[in-house]
Design a protein around this ligand. Structure first.
Ligand SMILES: C[S@@+](CC[C@H](N)C(=O)[O-])C[C@H]1O[C@@H](n2cnc3c(N)ncnc32)[C@H](O)[C@@H]1O
Length: 244
């Protein structure tokens, strides 16, 4: 299927300019950004990445903010350690044809645990547009990823759809015992993006997969899972609609 290739998530229908352009002030670090320098991009008082740019303690509840053009570290001669996802794909990965899951993505070199693989890039779209696209593309593969974040009692959902505009991330298949995971990252803006990191060391040639989620649909429309892991849940964990 045709789609337009993008490197990072773009603003799509249903997202206001105000929300899209809501940026953080940026840090004032005069030395390397870290908790020691009290970098304001590290509000959780923990470094996001190790010295060799591997993600530290990924968690669905942690606010992971990377430094940006608004930060003083942009002017430092040495590269800031709090910038990984924004630097793009560094590991060699390729699209290939799987036996029973359509296309997939595999490693072409060793990817270490915690290393960044690629962004799940797409259009960031609003809820009404998600519903409209669900109807328009009914019965076809569902690509919309829902990022759910808890802010106090509020659950904020961000929808990323790579169906029309996307990158290699849209080809990663589901596994019930995955070697990758999706991490919510902010690149100097309040609107988050979805970044895929290795959960463990991945050998060259291994297929890259993440867990599509815990929810599942019942009934005739559910799809059998072909991940072949010992802990396979038998059906793809996809919601009937990404809004749920
Ligand atoms: C985001 S796409 C992944 C890329 C897709 N394989 C392709 O060729 O474009 C999701 C679709 O891939 C297929 N898929 C992904 N993981 C699968 C799995 N574990 N078992 C069976 N089909 C899978 C399903 O058709 C699903 O709707």
């Amino acid at each position: 299927m045709d789609y337009i290739t993008i490197e990072t998530t773009i603003k799509g229908p249903g997202i206001s300019d105000e929300d899209w352009n809501d940026e953080f002030e940026g840090c004032n670090c005069e030395n390397e950004c870290s908790i020691e320098s009290a970098c304001s991009c590290l509000p959780e008082k923990a470094n996001n990445y190790s010295d060799d740019f591997r993600i530290l303690a990924p968690s669905s509840t942690r606010l992971l903010i990377e430094c940006s053009d608004n930060c003083s570290c942009s002017l430092l001669p040495t590269p800031c350690r709090n910038r990984v996802v924004q630097n793009g794909i560094k590991k060699k990965i390729e699209i290939f044809s799987t036996r029973d899951k359509g296309s997939g993505v595999r490693a072409e070199e060793l990817i270490g645990a915690g290393e960044f693989v690629c962004e799940y890039a797409g259009e960031c779209i609003g809820e009404e547009e998600v519903e409209r696209r669900c109807k328009e593309f009914e019965g076809k593969d569902n690509y919309t990823l829902t990022l759910r974040e808890h802010f106090g009692d509020r659950i904020v959902k961000t929808f990323i759809d790579p169906r029309l505009h996307g990158n290699i991330g849209r080809f990663l298949n589901h596994s019930c015992d995955p070697n990758c995971e999706i991490v919510i990252v902010r690149l100097g803006k309040m609107i988050p993006i979805a970044a895929i990191f290795a959960k463990r060391d991945i050998e060259s040639g291994e297929e890259l997969c993440y867990d599509y989620g815990v929810s599942g649909i019942e009934g005739p429309n559910r799809k059998p899972c072909h991940c072949k892991s010992a802990t396979c849940r038998k059906y793809l964990p996809m919601s009937a609609t990404p809004i749920e």
